[in-house]
Design a protein around this ligand. Structure first.
Ligand SMILES: Nc1ncnc2c1ncn2[C@@H]1O[C@H](COP(=O)(O)OP(=O)(O)OP(=O)(O)O)[C@@H](O)[C@H]1O
Length: 330
């Protein structure tokens, strides 16, 4: 059972909710629409992002996350709608906007034959970072833990190191708002954790971060607030904790059944849904304790042995399922 870690997790999420803080709007999006031919990629999105928060856009492939982000960054022109970032209009003032935002580029866009340090210096030049770049480049290399790799060529870096370099590049102009499009896709678990650490560091410097992801763990781990997006629309937007608490489901109970337990599981107290896969059973419950107590008794009365009992707390995946009937992974 995971009751202790569940409490700790809820507490941790609660401290990140930012409730009570004075909030300053830094991004304001209203009625945003974009279509590509027949495909409506973004279908009437309204969002507000507050200064200093990590804001996540969570959704499956094709939800419209990248298109939304590119319009907010001033890189793509909306068909309809308004976008203001730190007081600049993302369409008519895209030039000014670019000076105060940082965009994490895909590393395939970098020059393979330049060293890590040369790449950062080149970007500092391109952005017109004043004075000597040396200090800025050194501190960014340190921040993304690439000091030892400063002379390595970009194509000699691992995937995680390349992502960290692109993070440093996004910070070269000391931006107020940083945009990260799926920053950990394709990374192994350790490299993913390193990136999360880096996002927290950037946030601790007082910057606002907007990131897209299709990993619910990432949204839950990092984001102060999350907009859940599907098929071009924002389904719901709130803190991870509020989204999870709004569900009628508390947890999923997973158990392996040695024998037959046909019929009746649906009627156990708290149960909201039952799925079977061979001898494995998943029970969605609104009351973990009542469901487990009743399940034990139900099995014992029938002489059936239960194995591998575990409880998985409700998470953002359950939020997505409750709005769409589909999994984020489908
Ligand atoms: N340049 C384009 N031309 C035509 N269709 C496009 C273009 N870019 C995106 N689309 C379509 O618009 C929809 C939204 O795509 P978008 O890339 O914004 O979604 P996403 O949520 O970022 O997904 P992913 O995680 O796969 O990048 C998809 O149906 C996609 O095929």
């Amino acid at each position: 059972m995971e009751s202790v870690s569940e409490e700790a997790r809820v507490e941790e999420l609660a401290t990140r909710s930012g409730a009570g803080d004075v909030k300053e709007e830094v991004i304001r999006i209203r009625g945003l629409r974009k279509r590509y031919g027949e495909v409506v990629a973004v279908d009437g999105v309204d969002l507000t992002v507050y200064r200093g928060e990590v804001f996540g856009i969570l959704g499956p492939n094709g939800a419209g996350k990248t298109t939304t982000l590119e319009m907010v960054e001033g890189l793509r022109r909306p068909d309809e709608g308004e976008i203001e970032v730190a007081g600049y209009d993302a369409v008519s003032e895209a030039g000014k906007l670019k000076r105060i935002i940082g965009v994490q580029l895909q590393t395939t866009a970098l020059f393979d034959y330049l060293s890590v340090e040369e790449t950062l210096s080149l970007f500092a030049d391109l952005y017109g970072v004043g004075g000597s770049h040396g200090e800025r480049v050194r501190s960014l290399l340190e921040m993304v833990s690439l000091s030892e790799k400063k002379d390595a060529r970009v194509n000699q870096l691992s995937g995680g190191q390349q992502q960290r370099l692109s993070m440093a590049l996004a910070l070269i102009n000391d931006p107020q708002v940083v945009f990260l499009d799926e920053p950990t896709t394709g990374l192994d678990p350790q490299a993913r954790r390193n990136m999360w650490e880096m996002v927290r560091k950037i946030r601790s410097e007082g910057r606002t971060i907007v990131l897209t992801t299709h990993y619910m763990e990432e949204a839950e781990e990092l984001c102060d607030r999350v907009a859940v997006m599907d098929r071009g629309r924002v389904l719901v937007c709130d803190t991870p904790l509020a989204l999870i608490r709004s569900l009628d489901v508390d947890a999923t109970v997973l158990v392996t059944v040695d024998g037959r337990l046909d019929g009746g599981l649906e009627w156990l107290p708290g149960v909201r849904g039952v799925e079977r896969s061979g001898s494995d059973v998943r029970l969605q419950t609104a009351n973990t304790q009542d469901t487990i107590t009743a399940l034990m008794r139900f099995a014992a009365e029938r002489g059936v042995r239960l194995r591998n009992l575990s409880v998985q707390s409700a998470n953002l995946e359950d939020v997505f399922i409750s709005y769409t009937g589909r999994s984020l992974r489908d």
